[in-house]
Write a protein that binds this ligand. Structure first.
Ligand code: C2E
Ligand code: CA
Ligand code: CA
Length: 713
């Protein structure tokens, strides 16, 4: 029969080719791929027949699955790839005439059968293998038993032919016989070993138990022992061995000889040492790495009482800039140079320098009795960094910040010491860098609380631990409440109520300020709507809400959309909202940063410039900003504590108010604590005031009462 170009036989072969290509890479067969394909062809044929047979026969599928296993396709992937292949191509290539839906259903059943057959074959195979192993073990036992009864000649053959060193000595330790392998290990002739005494082979590296075990054995108190032991070769080199020594007894059971079996582990040991070195040293600088440093530090801290230690934790200042601008290769060379210089700073044997990673290094010393000596070490390190580093013809100035920890050993864990050093290093950095600071438990505690608060922030927002207090904004002209500023607080489960100064900077640092700020805005806008509903629009117009915005929120791309969403959701008009941004957040702001503020201002949201007068107070800058309100910082009001007030302050405030008004800006003053201040500020032309004189920040209902009071009063 000659197959047509695209006859059933061709299609079957094509299916088989695809199948073999899919599965061949995951088999462990010794066949070539074409050979493997020939093995698969009858299987494919069987599947094809089963697909089209009148009655469905699962046995065909099972047989194919089992045959797969026999063709060394035992990896699970071989099965899954086979099933994928059958699923995708069997109906396509072998089932063109027939009800496609039936064929597909049958193809699926065939796949199930294949999987079942495969699994069964695999289990059979495993059982067969286990059986074979058990048989082999039995045979081996027989061989060993025979060997026990073997002749002296046979023993000699084993003795001489063995790959491991074998030696026999009497109980006094006199060496009686050694084999060739043992001689070769010692690298010499028989004279070296013959006639020697085992006890001569003490070695400085012997573990204490080596000779204790030996004595027990020759006294007949132990049958054998196993140790790692070093021997000196005649040429002065060291031979490391795995040594097993057994006691040989005479037929009456009395100790007679000792038998030593030695395996040469010198190379393995060297390799291990090398690996250990690599695992404990920094590849770039060759300095000990974090792992080794931690081991040492732990050892030092666990040492006996009365000792002291000192640790200098160095982090280079601005290293990232060097890396980014000159490239990593230059950065690496700088690190190598720094490592060399640090190494030069420690000389005593009880001092070490390590690289903890990146541009962080650490110097540890136990050669100290006092704080002064640790300070000296820190100074030495600072001095070592002074000379610029030459890289590619450039002179780079290296600066670093060091956190110094010093104290008695035995009080803190390694992790605690390192954390303290880390915190202190950051303190040095935030004080401007290029200096060292000494660890201070109180500063540590503050930093740790800060850290704790930072990590607790996200959950706090989810758990609803934040709440808002409102402080009224009062019109100076008629004393009416015009609105309120929303001030967020955190009801911390352990620390009680925390003011924003405790956590806003942390939230800004971690970016949580964005969701937190969004929450504050939503809550306070809802509150504003409630006031409006209860209070009506009042004589002086509707109550407004002031919400503080952090610099992070300002540069967050979602700001405008979030604000629009909140206003729409709550059904509050934009003119009810005033966003307070600080002057410092806007200093040097480019147009991109100002764009969202402009958008909000165009929508009708007011923008207030908060804490005005504490920053650069660039009055000329005001014109660029979409600001409607200036909030004069509390420091101005403080100058008016008594009556008459400081004339200079008065002049400044007067000047600012005049200028603001000429730019069409309203002026709000903060921190009004007395009636006298309020009167002064009114005379000076300020529009609105906020402060304890009117009300401290409080729950929303208080504002309602106040507003109600001036509506009726
Ligand atoms: P701020 O915007 O300058 O808020 C005014 C601060 O002055 C408030 O402190 C307020 O309680 C306090 N204060 C009000 N009247 C007087 C007074 O007569 N005398 C004195 N001595 N102080 C007065 P608070 O609530 O501790 O807020 C501190 C800062 O935290 C705020 O300063 C603001 O910058 C920030 N902040 C508060 N809530 C938020 C918020 O929701 N988001 C953002 N980003 N920052 C907020
Ligand atoms: Ca504010
Ligand atoms: Ca303020």
């Amino acid at each position: 029969m000659t197959a047509q170009p695209d006859g059933p036989e061709d299609r079957l072969r094509r299916l088989t080719t695809i199948w073999s290509r899919a599965v061949f890479p995951v088999t462990s067969t010794s066949l070539t791929r074409p050979e493997f394909e020939r093995r698969l062809l009858p299987l494919a044929r069987r599947l094809s027949e089963a697909l089209r047979a009148r009655a469905f026969d699962a046995a065909a599928g099972e047989a194919v699955g089992a045959a797969l296993g026999d063709a060394h396709c035992t990896a699970p992937e071989a099965l899954s790839r086979s099933l994928d292949c059958v699923d995708a191509y069997l109906v396509l290539y072998c089932g063109e005439d027939g009800d496609q839906e039936d064929l597909r259903a049958r193809c699926a059943r065939l796949q199930h059968a294949m999987a079942a057959g495969f699994a069964r074959a695999l289990r059979r195979r495993t059982l067969a293998e286990q059986e074979a192993i058990a048989q082999a073990a039995l045979r081996a036992q027989g061989v060993v038993a025979q060997a026990l009864h073997a002749s002296e000649a046979r023993f000699r053959a084993v003795f001489e032919g063995a790959a491991i060193g074998i030696g026999i000595a009497d109980l006094e330790g006199n060496v009686l016989q050694v084999n060739g392998a043992l001689l070769r290990m010692f690298g010499g002739s028989e004279q070296i070993l013959r006639g020697r005494n085992v006890r001569d082979w003490t070695h400085p590296e012997d573990a204490p138990q080596v000779w204790r075990l030996y004595e027990e054995l020759v006294r007949g108190e132990r049958e054998h022992y196993h140790v790692e032991k070093a021997f000196s070769r005649p040429d002065g080199t060291v031979l490391w061995t795995n040594l097993t020594v057994s006691l040989l007894r005479d037929p009456d059971g009395n100790p007679q000889y000792q038998l030593a079996l030695m395996e040469d582990t010198t190379e393995r040991r060297l390799l291990n040492l090398r690996l250990r070195y690599e695992a404990t040293h920094d590849a770039l600088t060759g300095l000990p790495n974090r792992t080794l440093f931690f081991e040492r530090l732990e050892k030092v801290l666990n040492a006996g009482d009365g000792r002291r230690f000192g640790l200098c934790y160095l982090d280079l200042d601005g290293f990232k800039t060097i890396n980014d601008s000159l490239g990593h290769a230059a950065g690496d060379r700088l690190l190598v140079e720094v490592a060399d210089r640090l190494q030069g700073c420690v000389s005593a044997p009880r001092e070490m320098v390590a690289r903890l990673g990146g541009d962080e290094f650490v110097a540890l010393t136990t050669a100290v009795d006092s704080r002064r000596e640790v300070d000296d070490l820190a100074s030495r390190i600072m001095n070592a960094l002074v000379a610029p580093v030459r890289i590619d013809g450039r002179e780079l100035t290296v600066r670093g910040s060091i956190g110094v920890v010093e104290g008695p050993v035995g009080e803190r864990t390694a992790a605690e010491v390192l954390r303290s050093a880390d915190i202190t290093m950051y303190r040095a950095k935030s004080a401007g860098g290029n200096r060292f600071e000494l660890a201070d438990p109180e500063a540590d505690a503050r930093a740790i609380t800060r850290h704790g608060l930072t990590t607790a922030l996200p959950a706090a927002l989810e758990r609803g631990e934040f709440f808002i207090e409102y402080q009224p904004l009062v019109h100076l002209g008629d004393g009416s409440v015009r609105g309120a500023e929303a001030l967020v607080r955190w009801l911390h489960p352990q620390h009680g109520v925390l003011g924003p100064d405790r956590f806003i900077p942390l939230a800004e640092h971690t970016g949580l300020i964005v969701p937190l700020g969004r929450w504050v805005m939503e809550q306070s806008v809802r509150q504003a709507r409630e006031w409006r509903e209860r209070h009506g629009d009042g004589a002086a117009g509707p109550l407004r809400i002031n919400v503080n915005l952090s610099p992070c929120q300002l540069s967050h791309p979602g700001l405008v959309q979030d604000t629009v969403d909140i206003l729409e959701r709550t059904g509050v008009t934009p003119d009810a909202l005033c966003l307070e941004v600080t002057e410092s957040a806007l200093i040097g702001a480019d147009d991109d940063l100002l764009k969202p503020l402009h958008r909000l201002a165009e929508m009708g949201v007011d923008i207030a410039l908060d804490d005005f007068g504490t920053g650069y107070s660039n009055l000329a800058n005001l014109r660029r900003l979409p600001v409607r309100v200036l909030k004069l910082d509390r420091s101005f009001t403080q100058g008016m504590q008594q009556f008459p007030a400081d004339p200079v302050d008065l002049k400044i405030v007067e000047g600012i108010v005049t200028l603001a008004h000429s730019l069409d800006l309203a002026v709000t003053v903060e921190g009004v604590e007395t009636g006298a201040q309020a009167e002064q500020l009114r005379v000076l032309g300020c529009d609105t005031a906020q402060g304890w004189y009117y009300a401290r920040p409080g729950p929303p209902d208080r504002l309602h009462e106040l507003a109600l009071a001036d509506a009726t009063g």
